[in-house]
Design a protein around this ligand. Structure first.
Ligand SMILES: NC(=O)c1ccc[n+]([C@@H]2O[C@H](COP(=O)([O-])OP(=O)(O)OC[C@H]3O[C@@H](n4cnc5c(N)ncnc54)[C@H](OP(=O)(O)O)[C@@H]3O)[C@@H](O)[C@H]2O)c1
Length: 440
């Protein structure tokens, strides 16, 4: 039985916050709370008060008014000792001070609001347990797709539905890189460097471009959408480093755009969670989610298909989601962490990626010489994979040329068998580049 929240709705006493982390999101959250204080009070029926803050550097200008707010140097001490109702964790990181702060806050009977997708994806179930035991709440709208209220849409607006599939563009850095490659014809490394200069990519971009960040968000979405324990280890993950400018051009020729998607769907083998680049039809809604924008599609049994698009990061959008969670707590509207109490989460199986059935785009770099196409065809035939179309750019005997095939819907394991054999052909000079074609 979940005990009721400690926060009393309609209390006229302010909801008291301790904010840990005053970087992009923390300072943005304070600015928003200060700028819209009256509206927030009116909508919650009580004021929200910043009663304590914490960051490492007391001297840094945060671009917001911190005068008169008690400062703590240690977030864990603040979470334990400050006289507050809610701790807002905006430090980041899966372990260390962020996790310690959240655990201590929950154990001390304070609700927690966080934007930390890595923490929720990796430790969400334990933290949800701790929140339930303490009779408080853990809220994380800002952790998935920034300003887009996707958690609320799934947990509340579409709560009466069975979700069949949820998918989307969940990482603005990758989407910026792929969009810019599409628009300019430039290569991945060149565009990544530009994204780093513009502040859209970290100096170590691996979390973004290798798909980890998308996978964190997908694991959380899957839990809320399908009522399952959050399980990051079940996500099959592939990033965008192998996408070449020529793949973008070939995809265009075939009527597609390339997007990094996170996809969670019900299959006959269980719920499958996967993150990988996809060819999506040019005229579909997801293809038009460009630049740093995020877009999420939810397909439900009764409501059908809904799509939300918006800014997935940045101070304003992320603070918007953080403050929405704070307002829910102030108004007494909080829900169980993953939409249902932990004992009601279902433990249905996770479907392995090998059981995926779908069409594929495959690019090979092939030395143009007699007999090589017969070998490729034999590899496909023996794996029972059927080719739909083939494109070749350039015919220079002895030269290496790109060859693109599209394959009819096939089981992933069979496609992998065929590609392993094709990759071992002498004339095929690089591992084949496979991109799935998604009907979205
Ligand atoms: N930025 C976005 O657009 C965005 C979007 C969605 C979600 N998020 C998530 O939001 C969280 C915060 O991101 P951010 O971009 O705001 O990070 P950030 O700008 O790097 O800010 C982190 C803050 O944490 C403080 N901090 C770090 N270690 C600390 C410690 N040991 N004790 C006290 N304070 C400490 C830093 O203090 P100092 O300032 O003194 O160094 C800084 O104020 C992360 O979980 C991130 O994944 C961010």
């Amino acid at each position: 039985m979940v005990s009721s929240p400690r926060i009393v709705p309609d209390s006229s006493a302010p909801l008291r916050l301790a904010i840990a982390g005053l970087g992009t999101v923390g300072a943005g959250t304070i600015r928003l709370l200060q700028e819209h204080g009256e509206q927030i009070t009116a909508r919650c029926g009580r004021p929200v008060e910043i009663a304590a803050v914490c960051a490492r550097d007391r001297t840094r200008d945060r671009g917001c008014d911190l005068s008169g707010i008690p400062w703590f140097d240690d977030p864990v001490t603040m979470a334990r000792e400050a006289s507050v109702d809610v701790v807002v964790e905006l430090i980041g990181g899966t372990d260390g001070p962020a996790r310690d702060t959240v655990e201590v806050a929950l154990a001390a009977g304070r609700s927690v609001v966080t934007a930390n997708k890595a923490l929720v994806a990796l430790h969400g179930l334990d933290l949800a347990h701790a929140a339930e035991q303490a009779g408080v709440h853990l809220a994380y709208e800002a952790a998935v797709a920034g300003g887009i209220p996707i958690i609320k849409a799934l947990r509340e607006g579409l709560a009466a539905n069975g979700v069949r599939r949820v998918f989307g563009v969940l990482n603005g850095t990758c989407n910026y890189i792929l969009t810019t490659m599409q628009e300019t014809g430039r290569g991945f490394d060149d565009v990544l460097s530009e994204a780093q200069r513009l502040g859209y990519a970290e100096s170590d971009p691996s979390f973004d471009v290798d798909g980890i960040d998308t996978a964190h968000k997908l694991a959380i979405l899957t839990s809320v959408a399908f009522g399952r324990p959050v399980d990051f280890s079940a996500v099959s993950i592939e990033g965008i480093r192998r996408i070449d400018a020529m793949d973008i051009a070939f995809a265009d020729q075939l009527g597609y755009r390339i997007k990094l998607l996170g996809i969670a769907e019900e299959t006959e083998h269980g719920v499958m969670q996967r993150v990988h680049p996809c060819l999506v039809p040019k005229d579909g809604a997801i293809a038009s989610v460009d630049g740093v924008y995020n877009g999420v599609v939810i397909e439900c049994d009764h409501a059908g298909r809904s799509m939300l698009e918006g800014r997935g990061a940045g101070a304003g959008p992320t603070a918007s989601a953080v403050v929405a969670d704070i307002m829910d707590l102030a108004a007494g509207r909080a829900a169980p962490t993953f939409g249902v109490p932990i004992k009601r989460l279902t433990h249905s199986p996770s479907a392995p990626i090998e059981t995926l059935v779908g069409a594929c785009y495959v690019r090979l770099m092939v030395v143009d010489k007699p007999g090589v196409f017969a070998e490729i065809a034999a590899a496909l035939r023996d794996a029972q994979v059927s080719m739909e179309s083939i494109l070749q750019r350039g015919h220079d005997p002895g030269e290496t040329v790109p060859v693109v095939m599209t394959l009819h819907a096939t089981v992933e394991a069979a496609a992998m068998r065929a590609l392993a054999r094709i990759g071992s052909i002498d004339a095929v000079v690089e591992p084949p580049c496979l991109i799935r074609i998604e009907d979205v």
